[in-house]
Design a protein around this ligand. Structure first.
Ligand code: NA7
Length: 539
């Protein structure tokens, strides 16, 4: 239906966010379906979360040849990564390359935030209000806001009074931060802190790391890619794509089906040693039951803790770093370049804020319940209001003005992670309820965008104007998401951001679908083949 309201411009679809998902969704709707589409992006350019995560050491944990699109042979042939794990500037170049390769920028509006989106039941249109004061209407609203885009800056008393400089890693100043000779504090030892700490330590006068929860980390073993490997990727693109589509985590490696407990201790340790030497996330693929059986997991956990104690020379620091309270990989397992080794430097010290929490930030630095630490710079590597934060901040309202934050008061409720009941014609790419952060994201983005595009094409071809997730189908899906998580050790990391536990007041619900990417693809395909079972379709 066309809009008749004055001063409102009509589009077929509005996409929010110009990261990988927003770009591929724009390309698909515009070039495959010939739709009139715009992407709104708050940042000045494409890239999504990578546009802002410019902290020192920012790097992808997925191997470069898995962190790219495979839907276009021409695109694959036009690009070469230089390292096993690309750094942020190279990822940004790839994003810019994708935008230019498909001439996407003319349909993107940068420096423009979506302030509100309301569903108008009478016209069956989404009304979208942007930060430049414009109003738009659109048949479809597609959120492509990423899973990790909303910074979690802890509300620590006194931050305003700090006389030095501070930054959150995901909103890094464009001009960078000069750490040379300075007293620097890093709060947070998740994937981000673990990447940034070695790089900051090499520049700072002194670095103090404030650790609340000790973390596992596997060496990344980053290295430049050989010409031979670059050639392999181009020649075997289809096989690589297929492998990622068939695996649980959408990475380029298979999980060994054996149990860690069915082999001898000697053989198990040899497997772990080889994986440690090889480096990367595939350490968790060494045995099939590492995330299912606590006794199996303990063997991997103990192996890593022993490594930490071997690497870190000071016994007290080694004890703090290896005193890990959750199963291996129950929180997102970081990979690193010389993280534990960094604690052997003379200019690095570790502070245990589990035993002695941060009390306040003062003009001079950080005060814990035990001591005051004078600092020139504080870096918050404290993560994200993951998965739901960016969606909830957008002020989306569905039928009868139902705010999304009310619909999700008890946690995210979706059907297949693709739609929310009461929010017709709105799709969420890699939203909660989909495998999302448990997987390597580009293959999943391709799958979601292809599914949404095929759904919209089906609607167009069959004269359907509205699609909406059924309430019961959504409740059943939430139950399946819970069951999938409960079949693993993932919920045992009580303070993980998968559960929303890192943000005070956020409902504790396991958000991503843990049943695996391959199984999830199958479910989505089957729903589409059944003419969208679990959705209401209206002409
Ligand atoms: P994470 O994994 O959420 O890590 C955040 C870290 O910050 C973690 O060590 C937290 O400790 C710590 N944290 C968070 N809030 C506080 C407060 N208030 N005080 C002290 N310490 C705090 O975020 P990352 O950015 O490292 O990684 C996110 C994802 O980005 C990653 O998984 C990759 O997929 C890419 P806690 O464990 O909560 O005790």
């Amino acid at each position: 239906m066309k809009d008749t309201q004055p001063n409102t411009r009509h589009l077929d679809a509005i996409i929010v966010g110009a990261g990988l998902s927003g770009m591929y969704q724009l390309l698909s709707l515009r070039d495959k379906l010939g739709m009139n589409v715009k992407v709104f992006e708050a940042a000045a350019g494409v890239g999504g979360t990578w546009h802002h995560n410019r902290y020192p050491g920012a790097r992808c944990d997925s191997e470069s040849h898995s962190y790219m699109f495979y839907f276009s042979k021409e695109l694959v042939q036009s690009w070469e990564w230089t390292e096993r794990y690309p750094q942020q500037p190279e990822i940004q170049r790839y994003m810019d390359h994708v935008a230019d390769f498909f001439n996407l920028r003319p349909d993107m509006v940068f420096n423009t935030r979506v302030n509100a989106a309301d569903y108008d039941e009478a016209s069956k249109l989404w009304r979208v209000h942007t930060s430049d004061g414009q109003s738009w209407s659109a048949t479809y609203l597609i959120t492509a806001v990423g899973c990790l885009s909303s910074a979690n800056v802890p509300a620590i008393e006194g931050l305003d009074s700090f006389q030095g400089q501070w930054a959150h890693t995901s909103a890094w100043p464009a001009e960078g931060i000069d750490f040379k000779g300075k007293r620097v504090g890093v709060v947070g030892t998740g994937s981000t802190g673990i990447q940034a700490i070695p790089v900051i330590a090499a520049q700072a006068g002194h670095l103090t790391v404030f650790q609340r929860t000790a973390n596992y980390s596997i060496p990344a073993r980053n290295a430049p890619l050989t010409e031979e490997f670059k050639h392999y990727v181009k020649e075997n693109a289809e096989d690589i794509r297929q492998l990622m589509n068939e695996t649980t985590n959408a990475h380029c490696f298979r999980i060994d089906p054996r149990s860690a407990l069915e082999v001898s201790e000697q053989e198990r340790n040899a497997v772990y040693e080889a994986a440690w030497a090889k480096g990367g996330l595939q350490f968790r693929a060494t045995f099939g039951d590492l995330l299912k059986d606590k006794t199996a997991n303990d063997t991997a956990a103990e192996f890593i803790k022993t490594k930490i104690r071997q690497v870190v020379k000071d016994p007290q620091t080694a004890a703090l770093l290896s005193d890990i309270d959750h199963p291996f990989a129950a929180k997102r397992p970081p990979i690193d370049s010389h993280y534990f080794e960094t604690f052997n430097r003379d200019n690095v010290s570790l502070v245990d804020i589990r035993s002695h929490p941060i009390e306040r930030i003062t003009a001079a630095g950080i005060q814990t319940t035990q001591a005051q630490y004078d600092l020139d710079v504080i870096v918050f590597a404290t993560g994200f209001d993951a998965m739901t934060g960016s969606l909830l901040r957008m002020n989306i309202s569905g039928r009868q003005g139902l705010p999304l934050k009310d619909a999700w008061a008890a946690g995210p409720r979706t059907y297949l992670g693709l739609q929310i009941p009461q929010f017709p014609n709105m799709f969420t790419i890699t939203g909660p309820g989909s495998p999302s952060v448990l997987c390597n994201l580009p293959p999943q983005i391709e799958q979601h965008v292809n599914w949404i595009t095929a759904c919209i094409a089906y609607m167009r071809d069959n004269g359907i104007s509205q699609i909406e997730a059924d309430e019961q189908a959504s409740d059943d899906w939430v139950q399946q998401v819970n069951e999938a998580a409960n079949a693993t050790l993932l919920p045992q990391a009580h303070h993980s951001w998968y559960l929303g536990a890192n943000v005070p007041g956020k409902p504790r619900v396991f958000m991503p679908y843990a049943g695996g990417f391959a199984r999830y693809r199958g479910i989505c395909d089957e729903v589409a083949a059944s003419q969208y079972r679990g959705f209401h379709l209206h002409r």
